[in-house]
Design a protein around this ligand. Sequence first.
Ligand code: ZN
Length: 184
Amino acid sequence: MAVLDVLRMGHPLLRQPARELTPQEIESQELKQLIQDMVDTMHAHDGVGLAAPQIGQPIRLAIIELDPQNDRYDFNGDTALGVYINPKITVLDPETQTFWEGCLSVPGLRGAVARPRKVKVEYINLDGKSCVIEADDFLATVFQHEFDHLDGVLYIDRLADTRNLAYIEEFHQFWMDEAGDVEV
Ligand code: ZN
């Protein structure tokens, strides 16, 4: 088990677009080890997602794991650990939904971000197979948050109103009842 350092806002690598992985890299043992380290790191920080740039790797790779037992999130879709290599995201429904988001790279804060409510994701999985998944509700937001990291974008860039940015303690005190709490 290896828990890696998570880069925080201000580190230039978080702002750099990541590159696609080659077929050789996707097959490699090094990538499988990196993914395992990312899973360990995500679990150690109680996150539901982690993108490779957050641990200093400028490659198009993200992992997401949602807890199906957590009824705060009313979502449909695959809730097991997902590994998303070279993902391409397409908006299927531009109508927006707003969730409070947190980020392991922006610790201590939560912000309400409006994003399209339904997306399609084409990606390569851990076995090197091409896959397609459609996601709506909270999972659609998580995909968009994670894949933004691959383009050097943080959720705070997407805040329509900076009044919807709060420290975690104040978020819990004043906003928690109507929102879940999650870091990705
Ligand atoms: Zn994040």
